[in-house]
Design a binder for this molecule. Structure first.
Ligand code: NDP
Ligand SMILES: Nc1nc2c(c(=O)[nH]1)N=C([C@H](O)[C@@H](O)CO)CN2
Length: 236
C-alpha cells in the first residue's frame, strides 16, 4: 500500500486544492484541519483521512502527532500549509499584545512544523519530501505583518536545516508565494493594489501552488531551495 501524503490545514484554499489534486491521482492523503467545514466530508468521501488539530498549543501538536502515527506507518511527503495571516493591527484588535502575536505566529508556522518533522522523520519513505509553505516576505519582511513575516523566515530556515539533516533520502523545500488567492473580505481597492505589486499583475489561484507541489514531488535533485511563486514581484 502506498504511503500517504500529509497536508496540514487541508480543509480550504491552497491546502484543499493540493489534497483534491493528489486524491484525484490516487495518492493516499491525510489532512489536518482546525475547524470543521463541508469540504472535510467531501475529502473523506474520496478516501482522505482527516485529523482535527489545533497547533496553537504543544498539547495540540502532540495529539496531532499521535493521530498521524495511528493512521500511518510511513509517509511519502509532509506539506506544512497550516497558517494564520495575522497583522499587528488585526492581532491587537483581537486583544493580543505583541508577545502573544509573536508567540501565535511562531507556534503555528515554526514550532508545529519543527515538532512534526522530528516526530515523523523515521516514518518518511526513501525519496520523501517535506514542503514548507512560506511566503514572499520570508526574504523581504513586512511592515504590517511583522511577526508573520519573521515566522515565515524562520520556517524557511527550517527548510535549510531539515534539508541538511534528512539528505539524501528526503528532500526539503520551501514554496514562497506572494498573491495566489484573494480572501473573501478583500475590497476591490485592496485587490487592485495587490495585483499592482507584481509585474505579471495577476492572481493565479490555488492551481499555481498545486503545480509547484507536484514539481517538487517529481524532482530528484531539488532540496534546500525556495520555489518563488510571486509574478515577478521582486522585480517591481
Ligand atoms: N493564499 C495566498 O495568496 C498565500 C498563501 N501563502 C501561504 O500558503 C499557505 C496556504 O495559504 P491559504 O490557503 O491562503 O491559507 P489559509 O489562510 O486558508 O489557512 C489554511 C488553514 O490553516 C489553518 N490553521 C490556521 N491556524 C491554525 C492552527 N493554529 N492550527 C491548525 N490549523 C490552523 C486554518 O484553519 P481554520 O480554517 O480553522 O482557520 C486554515 O484552514 C499558508 O501557509 C500561507 O501562509 C503565502 C502567500 C500567499
Ligand atoms: N495563511 C495565509 N497566509 C497568507 C494569505 C492568506 O490568505 N492566508 N494571503 C497572503 C496574501 O495573498 C499576500 O501574499 C498578498 O497580499 C499572504 N499570506
Amino acid at each position: 500500500m502506498s504511503a500517504p501524503i500529509l497536508i496540514t490545514g487541508g480543509a480550504q484554499r491552497l491546502g484543499l486544492a493540493i489534497a483534491k489534486d493528489l486524491l484525484s491521482r490516487q495518492f493516499k492523503v491525510i489532512i489536518t484541519y482546525r475547524s470543521k467545514k463541508p469540504s472535510i466530508d467531501e475529502l473523506i468521501a474520496q478516501g482522505c483521512i482527516a485529523i482535527q488539530a489545533d497547533f496553537s498549543t504543544d498539547n495540540g501538536i502532540a495529539a496531532c502527532i499521535n493521530e498521524i502515527q495511528s493512521h500511518a506507518q510511513s509517509i511519502r511527503a509532509i506539506i506544512h500549509n497550516a497558517s494564520d495571516w495575522d497583522s499587528e493591527k488585526s492581532g491587537m484588535a483581537s486583544g493580543l499584545d505583541a508577545a502573544q502575536i509573536m508567540q501565535k505566529m511562531m507556534q503555528v508556522h515554526v514550532s508545529a512544523p519543527y515538532q512534526i518533522n522530528l516526530a515523523c522523520k523515521e516514518m518518511l519513505t526513501d525519496h520523501a519530501d517535506i514542503i514548507h509553505m512560506t511566503d514572499y516576505v520570508q526574504d523581504k519582511g513586512s511592515n504590517k505583518h511583522i511577526a508573520y513575516a519573521a515566522s515565515k523566515a524562520a520556517l524557511h530556515n527550517l527548510t535549510l536545516s531539515f534539508a541538511s539533516l534528512l539528505a539524501p533520502s528526503v528532500k526539503v523545500n520551501s514554496i514562497a508565494p506572494s498573491l495566489l488567492m484573494f480572501n473573501i473580505d478583500d475590497t476591490e481597492q485592496y485587490k487592485q493594489k495587490a495585483l499592482s505589486k507584481s509585474i505579471l499583475g495577476i492572481c493565479p489561484g490555488a492551481q499555481e501552488a498545486v503545480k509547484a507541489v507536484n514539481f517538487l514531488l517529481n524532482s530528484d535533485y531539488v532540496t534546500g531551495q525556495t520555489l518563488h511563486l510571486n509574478g515577478g514581484r521582486h522585480l517591481k
